[in-house]
Design a protein around this ligand. Structure first.
Ligand code: COI
Length: 371
C-alpha cells in the first residue's frame, strides 16, 4: 500500500532539543519495555460542543494537568497498543492500525469518552513515526511501540463524563515484553481475584482493568510466575485472559481452542491475527468456553499439548507452567514442533516484510530511503 498523506491534519512543531544520535543509540540498545520514549508525541484536545481541535505533533513533555482532572480520580480513559516495524529496505510499516482505531473507538464509547476517528488515529500515529523515524529499531525482534490514549482532563470531581478530553500518542522503542528463559513463562492462576464482570469494562482497553490486575500480578511474582491468568467472575470456572494478553491452547490433533469473546475479554488484534493465520493453515479453531479443569485434565491426558500467550506487547509467548494454590502443572516442551514457534515466525515474517501479506494487514508509513 502507498504511503498515505494523513499527517497533514496534525501540525508538526519539532522538538528543538531532540536526543543526540549517541543518546538515542544508548537508549535503544536494549530498552526495557515502555521505559524509553522518543522525542515527539501527538496531542489533540476535545471540548464538549466544539469537538476535536489543536491537532499537533510536539516535543515529548510532561502534561500540565489540573490536580482535579477527572482521569486522576475516576480513571475515565482508554488506550491502545500497536507497533511500527522497520523492513530490511529501511521502510516503516504498521500492522493492522485500523483494527486498533476501531477498538479505541469502542473503548471510548464504553468509557463515555468522545471517539477518535480512524483518520485522526492514523494521522497522529503516522505523524509521530514520521517525526521520530530514527527511533524505529532495525534490530531483530525490536519495533516501535505506539501508545495512543484518551484521557478526561476536565477539572471536576463530579462523577460524570468529562467535557474536556485529550488524545495523545507516545512512542517507545521496544524488544520483548516477557523474558522467556527456557521453555516459556510460568503463569499464576488467580483464584481470589477476577479481572472483569459481565456488564463491566473487561472488553474495553482501559486503565482500570490493568490497575485491578496489579495485586494479583504481584501475587503471581511472589509465586515465581511472570503473569497472572484470570477465570471468569460468574462461575469461577472458565479461563479468560492474562493480565495483559490473551491465551490459546493447542489440542493433540492440531486443533486450536481459545476463550470466546464473552464481553469480559479484550478482543486482541494479535489474537485475531493468529487465529486467522491458524485457520489459513487449515486448522480447526474453536472459540468457546474453556474451563480451567479442561486444560489441567487435558495436559495430564495429553489432549492439550501446548499453551501460549499472545498480544501486541507479548507477541507469542509459550507457557511452560500453570501454577496455583493447589496445583503446579508443567506444559510439555515441544521444541522444534510447537505451534507457538511456527505461528510466531509466520506473524513476524509478515510484520517485518519477510513474507507475503495475503490479508493486506500491513500499512506503509515511511518509504525506503532512496539509493
Ligand atoms: C499490549 O499488548 O499492547 C498491551 O497493552 C498490554 C500491556 C500489558 C503492555
Amino acid at each position: 500500500m502507498e504511503t498515505q498523506a494523513l499527517t497533514a491534519s496534525f501540525t508538526v512543531i519539532p522538538n528543538r532539543h531532540p536526543a543526540s544520535a549517541e543518546e538515542r543509540w544508548i537508549a535503544m540498545e536494549n530498552p526495557v519495555f515502555g521505559k524509553v520514549f522518543t522525542d515527539h508525541m501527538a496531542r489533540a484536545t476535545w471540548r464538549d460542543g466544539e469537538g476535536w481541535a489543536d491537532r499537533r505533533i510536539v516535543a515529548l513533555s510532561p502534561l500540565p494537568m489540573h490536580p482535579g482532572a477527572a482521569v486522576l480520580h475516576y480513571a475515565q480513559q482508554a488506550f491502545e497498543g500497536l507497533k511500527a516495524y522497520r523492513h530490511e529496505d529501511g521502510s516503516i510499516w504498521l500492522f493492522r492500525p485500523e483494527a486498533n482505531a476501531a477498538r479505541l473507538a469502542a473503548s471510548c464509547r464504553r468509557m463515555a469518552l468522545p471517539e477518535v476517528s480512524e483518520q485522526d488515529f492514523l494521522a497522529a500515529i503516522e505523524g509521530v513515526i514520521a517525526a521520530d523515524q530514527n527511533w524505529v529499531p532495525g534490530t531483530p525482534g525490536a519495533s516501535l511501540y505506539l501508545r495512543p490514549f484518551v484521557i478526561a482532563t476536565e477539572p471536576s470531581l463530579l462523577v460524570q463524563p468529562a467535557h474536556e478530553v485529550d488524545f495523545l500518542v507516545t512512542a517507545s522503542p521496544v524488544g520483548a515484553y516477557l523474558s522467556t528463559e527456557g521453555d516459556g513463562v510460568a503463569i499464576w492462576v488467580s483464584r481470589g481475584y477476577h479481572r472483569a464482570n459481565p456488564g463491566g469494562t473487561g472488553e474495553a482497553k482501559t486503565a482500570g482493568n490493568y490497575a485491578a490486575s496489579m495485586l494479583p500480578q504481584r501475587e503471581a511474582k511472589e509465586h515465581g510466575c511472570q503473569q497472572v491468568l484470570f477465570l471468569d467472575a460468574k462461575e469461577d470456572t472458565y479461563v479468560e485472559e492474562l493480565g495483559g494478553m490473551n491465551v490459546i491452547a493447542v489440542r493433540a490433533d492440531g486443533g486450536i481452542v481459545t476463550p470466546r469473546l464473552t464481553g469480559t475479554i479484550l478482543p486482541g488484534v494479535t489474537r485475531d491475527s493468529i487465529l486467522t493465520l491458524l485457520r489459513d493453515e487449515g486448522r480447526e479453531v474453536e472459540e468457546r468456553d474453556l474451563a480451567l479443569t479442561e486444560i489441567l485434565e487435558g495436559l495430564e491426558s495429553g489432549a492439550i499439548v501446548e499453551l501460549f500467550a499472545c498480544g501486541t506487547a507479548a507477541v507469542v509467548t509459550p507457557i511452560a507452567r500453570l501454577v496455583s494454590d493447589d496445583f503446579d502443572v508443567a506444559v510439555p516442551s515441544r521444541e522444534g514442533e510447537s505451534v507457538a514457534d511456527a505461528v510466531l515466525a509466520r506473524l513476524t515474517d509478515l510484520q517485518y516484510g519477510r513474507a507475503e501479506d495475503p490479508h493486506g494487514w500491513m500499512r506503509k508509513v515511511v518509504d525506503a530511503p532512496e539509493g
